[in-house]
Design a protein around this ligand. Structure first.
Ligand SMILES: [Zn+2]
Length: 273
């Protein structure tokens, strides 16, 4: 019997709990309906993901059933929109709705399972993903990053360089610098999101935060997410609930197939067994 691995199988070798981004949205919207009785059009979505054009091309279609997205992220998904961005979007939520923040860095994993590179639409050669992280790693390896240097012309990239520079030895000794740097970025983004979220006022009852590593594969495969957290905070009581296991359980019965969407770009879709 021939062992044919799906793209999700290949992604899961490195990220065991990964799901396609489309499955993620489907399972998430079901959970919101089940637990809070809130329908998609009353969810105010903000994402803090890389401004890479591929993330726009591969944005899950059902995510547009929610309000937004408000874009909190800049290069590699760090929430550069800051307190002002967080406060602005939070005040756009319906009073009987909920605020939902998705955050995470991204990394490419090609169809062949190579980390840090992907084949983009219309191109014949693989390129780096995240390109900003690749550039920062190369600059750090050549000793080009100066401690504390933040320039007006390249502020976002310089910020990423400083975040990675603080973990130079860890990244240099890692088996895969792209992989390790992505983990460093995940921690930095999560920490910053929590600071911003704690300093923001919300004219609604619920704040929901999902964190993960966004995984882009080749253009004809689609995108995936490896999860780190899914928490719901009742802002009237301060009670926090962890829904990550439930999200993964509800998605466990899903298998993967690929369909072609209207733009000619393949999108990972679920198939219920
Ligand atoms: Zn990127």
């Amino acid at each position: 019997m021939i062992d044919r691995q799906t793209p999700l199988d290949i992604i899961r070798r490195r990220y065991p709990n990964a799901l396609s981004t489309s499955d993620t949205v489907d399972a998430f919207l079901d959970l919101m309906q089940l637990h809070l009785g809130i329908e998609p059009r009353k969810l105010m979505l903000a994402d803090s993901i890389c401004s890479d054009d591929l993330n726009t091309i591969e944005y899950p279609r059902r995510a547009y059933e929610m309000l937004g997205p408000f874009k909190l992220g800049g290069l590699d998904g760090f929430p550069f929109a800051g307190l002002t961005g967080m406060s602005a979007f939070a005040h756009h939520v319906p009073v009987d709705g909920a605020v939902f923040v998705f955050h995470g860095p991204h990394i490419g994993v090609s169809k062949e399972g190579d980390t840090g590179i992907i084949l983009r639409p219309g191109q014949t050669h693989h390129s780096a993903c995240c390109g900003a992280i690749r550039a920062a790693i190369d600059k750090m390896a050549s000793g080009g990053i100066l401690p504390g240097e933040l320039t007006e012309l390249d502020y976002q990239q310089n910020t990423i360089e400083q975040l990675l520079l603080a973990h130079r030895d860890r990244i240099a000794s890692a088996r895969c610098a792209m992989d390790e740097s992505t983990e460093v970025m995940y921690s930095a983004i999560e920490k910053r999101i929590d600071i911003l979220a704690a300093r923001t006022e919300y004219p609604c009852r619920y704040l929901v935060i999902m964190g993960g590593v966004l995984i882009n594969s080749d253009y004809d495969v689609g995108s995936f997410c490896s999860f780190r957290r899914l928490v719901c905070i009742d802002l009237t009581t301060g009670r926090r609930e962890d829904w990550l296991d439930e999200l993964l359980d509800s998605a466990a019965r899903l298998t993967y197939r690929v369909t072609r969407n209207g733009d000619g770009i393949r999108e990972a879709r679920r198939c219920v067994e």
